[in-house]
Design a protein around this ligand. Structure first.
Ligand SMILES: [Cu+2]
Length: 163
């Protein structure tokens, strides 16, 4: 049996040298691997997501955002990390800015977000909320904390969006 099979194999190989193409499906094997999670530096058509962190906290009697200005670009996808490093609850209220962005979603104390009602994100002491947004409109927007006394204590900043 083994000898017969070998003979068939050999003759088959000899007689079909022209047409023996071992990989007719070869064209499909160049499919990209692991498209799921963000592989840094991987060339895709999508713009790379930028991470921007803004902290709210207290410094002495002051209540501040750090940094107090964010420079963002229209059309760039961002993860906006709203981080409360303080001992008090703080807000990141940008009533004119948030309606101009497209939300992919957000993860926060409230769970998943599709938008921010009132343009206002409230983050508890020591907590963080990540918003996945893409600005769509250039402009200079105010961000502030509306908790009584906080804006007066310095908790105000700007979001500058350019094209
Ligand atoms: Cu505050």
């Amino acid at each position: 049996m083994a000898g017969a099979a070998l003979a068939v194999l050999v003759t088959g190989a000899c007689s079909s040298t022209q047409t023996a193409d071992p990989a007719p499906g070869g064209a499909a094997t160049s499919e990209a691997t692991a498209p799921g999670t963000a592989a840094p530096g991987t060339a895709t058509t999508a713009t790379k997501v930028q991470t921007v962190r803004i902290e709210a906290g207290e410094v002495g009697s002051q209540k501040l955002y750090t940094p107090n200005n964010l420079d963002l670009k229209v059309g760039t996808p961002y993860v906006l990390q709203l981080v409360n490093t303080g001992k008090f609850r703080h807000e990141f209220t940008a009533a004119k800015f948030f309606p101009t962005v497209t939300f992919r979603n957000g993860n926060g104390p409230q769970g998943k977000l599709k938008r921010l009602p009132g343009g206002e994100a409230e983050v508890g002491a020591g907590k963080q909320m990540d918003l996945y947004v893409t600005p769509t409109k250039a402009g200079k927007f105010v961000i502030m904390c509306e908790i009584p006394g906080h804006r007066e204590a310095g908790m105000e900043g700007t979001i500058t969006v350019t094209t």
